[in-house]
Ligand binder design. Structure first.
Ligand code: FAD
Length: 436
């Protein structure tokens, strides 16, 4: 059996591990156009701030790869010829497959304003981007950040840590308005300001000016101008679909896959940021840009490529991240509507987070230790925890496990309810019943 994996991200690697757990003899080839191979993409934020050395971004050793016994090809797949089971590489060489995994990820949506191609306009998709940012980020110079979600903050904090003066432009009136509530947005904004970031609300970038091909300023929609040396953007991402555009594979916002991560071609699978998988919580097929779902999908796809019939059961999306230095966990459905700063989804984000059905909100803590619960008829639908993370793991398990919270529902909804204590006590009992 000849397996080919396009993409050296977490989904691609998890697929290889899964294939090898079932099939020791098959021939596996991984193809990637990233010169740096497999590394932690979420780790790029910490590389930018200087908290991680680039060597720490590589979770696997050469020995690990040897044990998996696969061939690694550097290059770009430019075409999939389905009827022949052939891939074209860089329009030159060809590669045949019996089972194919498309795990090509997503990429940043381009900034479409005059001047966006100038030297000094940056994004954060790959390690190459991060290295480019570090080369351009000069102490004492000025940066402008546009966009929203987690990556915009990672850019802001990275540039700040490198000694730049940072201006963060928001089109709307608060940060990440369709995932965070007003209090949570204000906590994040307050911390950014305390770190020295200048926030500009209702500010839309319409032009980037330059001199000798390099950024030297920006112009806002209201006519204001500002001098700057670098513009960083994170206005959303889009699954990389060019490769499958003329293949008749079923597409929506990503590549549509069934519960086996199989496309409408039984020999082609898709996983990770490029795949749009069924979400039992919302009853829709959704996009995630999250490390764990990409790994889990890659794993299930690999097993099924090797002949198993394993179903992928998507759990409520979960992310522990850092927003302006504050550890924040987001689980399940927590918001809805449109955020003016992001088109579609961003990195470290899930469409499910913004798919909130009717729910009642219970919250506690109005400083940095804050918890917000979204309560359905009998179950918890979602949660946001900022600061104190003691209940983050229990809440993830209870939301994913569909815990029936009827015994404490009324109490959770009472004014001034001690919701952390109620959840902690309930968890002890539920955990035992669920045998966790
Ligand atoms: C800055 C940043 C911060 C993030 N923060 C978080 C976070 O806080 N929490 C979280 O859970 N997730 C986060 N993520 C998202 C997470 O990293 C992704 O969801 C995950 O890496 C997706 O894995 P993947 O395997 O689907 O794709 P990727 O890791 O994007 O890998 C895609 C691979 O395909 C290759 N490729 C693409 N096209 C071709 C082609 N035509 N031919 C050959 N190779 C090709 C690429 O070179 C790459 O190797 C973050 C990502 C970034 C970039």
């Amino acid at each position: 059996m000849k397996y080919v994996i396009i993409g050296a991200g977490v989904a691609g690697l998890a697929a290889i591990e899964a294939i090898r757990s079932v099939d020791q003899a098959g021939e596996i080839t991984m193809v990637s156009d990233d010169p740096h191979g497999y590394y932690s993409r979420p780790g790029l934020a910490y590389y930018l701030t200087g908290e991680l050395h680039d060597k720490a971004l590589y979770p696997r050793t050469q020995d690990d790869y040897k044990k998996l016994n696969f061939k690694y090809l550097k290059g770009r797949v430019t075409q999939i010829l389905r009827s022949e089971h052939v891939l074209e590489m860089d329009g030159k060489s060809r590669l045949t497959y019996d089972k194919l995994l498309i795990a090509v990820g997503a990429r940043a949506l381009p900034l479409e304003v005059p001047g966006a191609k100038l030297d000094g306009v940056v994004k954060l998709d790959h390690l190459t981007d991060a290295k480019n940012i570090l080369k351009l980020a000069k102490r004492g110079k000025t940066a402008v950040v546009v966009g929203g979600g987690i990556t915009a903050l990672e850019l802001t904090e990275g540039l700040l840590a490198r000694g730049m003066t940072v201006h963060y432009l928001l089109r709307g009136d608060r940060y990440w308005s369709n995932v965070l509530d007003k209090h949570e947005s204000l906590v994040v904004e307050g911390r950014l300001q305390a770190e020295g970031v200048t926030l500009h609300h209702h500010a839309e970038l319409v032009e980037i000016s330059g001199r000798n091909g390099r950024v030297n300023g920006v112009r806002f929609l209201d006519g204001r101008k500002m001098k700057c040396d670098l513009v960083a953007y994170a206005i959303g991402i889009k699954p990389c679909l060019e490769l499958v555009q003329n293949t008749d594979l079923a597409l929506d916002r990503g590549i549509l896959v069934n519960e086996h991560l199989q496309t409408n071609d039984p020999d082609i699978f898709a996983a990770g940021d490029v795949a749009q998988a069924y979400d039992p919580l919302s009853g829709r097929s959704v996009l995630d840009s999250l490390w764990n779902p990409a790994r889990d999908q890659g794993h299930v796809a690999g097993l099924n490529m090797a002949g198993r019939k394993t179903g992928y059961l998507k759990s409520p999306p979960f992310n522990v991240t850092r927003l302006a230095g504050l550890t924040t966990t987001i689980i399940g459905a927590v918001g809805r509507g449109h955020d003016e700063d992001v088109i579609g989804i961003a990195r470290g984000d899930s469409e499910t987070w913004r798919d909130l059905p009717d729910a009642i909100v219970a919250q506690s803590g109005f400083d940095i230790n804050h918890m917000r619960l979204l309560i359905g008829e009998k179950k918890l639908i979602g949660a946001v925890l900022m600061g104190d993370q003691t209940l983050s793991w229990p809440l993830e398990k209870m939301i994913a496990g569909g815990a029936n919270i009827s015994p404490i529902r009324e109490k959770l909804m009472m004014p001034e309810a001690p919701i952390a204590d109620l959840i902690a006590d309930f968890w002890v009992v539920w955990r035992e019943e669920a045998a966790l």
